[in-house]
Design a protein around this ligand. Structure first.
Ligand code: NAP
Length: 288
């Protein structure tokens, strides 16, 4: 088994981002700024927001954090978003998901200026991703793409995993992870299969794949029967169990195999925040 060290790759990228921020400050006299909005007091979301703010501070990016009560209405959230849209010092706006009581967040996301949509979830940016024909186009046009899928592509490319011509199965079709990741793999010339809860013969489909991405939210769901030797396994899942944090892949069950794999924690997770910083710089550049 070869481990993809997401923490190390992420730290290297964060250093590069910090240097870029320093240069931008010198060249423009301005500091990129990210606003985060947390509605309610979900403990996991509080931890994520804290890590995001710390990562901004470490990279020299200004951050402004807004907390809103759990019972805030959609209108109140949208009003806050509009204030941040109009704030010239803010380049990126991140609405921490999920909203309390699993309220549909898309209406609020739609209110974020597409230029400040650092999560890449606004229909304008999701549309740009779907219309793009290549990875080169996505990077050259500075398209804002959802952070976790972007982090996965970054890990694959940095590790030298060949994507072009390979068969990739993405298990999960959420707007946050599965769909944009499928588009990114396609843009990198993989042959992509999007799998979901209604997919038949999932094990057989995965067993034939060169790259398997698990973005399901079910602890240890993907076991050795899904995986072939020589493949690359990306575990996006973050599951809190009584035994601690674990991914969607049965890590212990596959670790004797001849595969390349991301651990949980320390794989995809750190890259998500790093890509948020990267997207904030992209938004800064696009707004200029
Ligand atoms: P989600 O919106 O709940 O989507 C889960 C997807 O998994 C759905 O498309 C669902 O299919 C599919 N699925 C569920 N059961 C399945 C089964 N038995 N067989 C095949 N597919 C199945 O979750 P998400 O937001 O994409 O997140 C997925 C996981 O990634 C979670 O563990 C989350 O915590 C984690 N995550 C990690 C990061 C990170 O930074 N590492 C970031 C975001 C999310 P249907 O569409 O048919 O229901």
């Amino acid at each position: 088994m070869n481990l993809i060290d997401g923490k190390k790759i992420s730290n290297e990228k964060r250093l590069e981002i910090k240097q870029k921020v320093g240069l931008l400050k010198k060249e423009t006299g301005k500091t990129p700024g990210l606003a985060t909005i947390l509605v309610g007091d979900d403990p996991a979301s509080q931890v994520y927001i804290k890590s995001k703010i710390k990562a901004c501070t470490d990279a020299g990016i200004c951050s402004e954090h807004c907390t809103m009560p759990k019972n805030s209405s959609k209108e109140e959230i949208i009003k806050k978003i509009k204030e941040l849209n109009d704030n010239a010092d803010i380049d990126g706006i991140l609405l921490q998901l999920p909203l309390p009581d699993n309220q549909d967040a898309q209406e609020c996301i739609n209110a974020i200026s597409p230029l400040k949509d650092v999560d890449g979830l606004h229909p304008f940016n999701a549309g740009l991703l779907n219309l793009s024909k290549s990875w080169k186009e996505i990077t050259e046009k500075n398209i804002l793409v959802s952070c976790t899928p972007l982090g996965v592509i970054y890990l694959l490319r940095e590790t030298g995993i060949q994507i072009e011509g390979k068969t990739a199965v993405v298990i999960g079709r959420s707007n946050l992870v599965g769909k944009p990741l499928s588009m990114l793999l396609l843009a990198n010339n993989a042959t992509v299969i999007m799998a979901h809860s209604k997919t038949k013969n999932l094990k057989e489909i995965c067993k034939n794949a060169d790259i398997v991405v698990a973005a399901i939210g079910k602890p240890k769901f993907v076991d050795k029967d899904f995986i072939k030797d020589g493949s690359c396994v990306i575990d996006v899942g973050i599951n809190r169990t009584p035994e601690g944090l674990c991914g969607d892949v049965d890590f212990d069950g596959v670790k004797e195999m001849d595969i390349t794999i991301t651990p949980v924690p320390g794989g995809v997770g750190p890259m998500t925040i790093t890509m948020l910083l990267e997207n904030t710089l992209k938004a800064f550049a696009n707004r200029k």
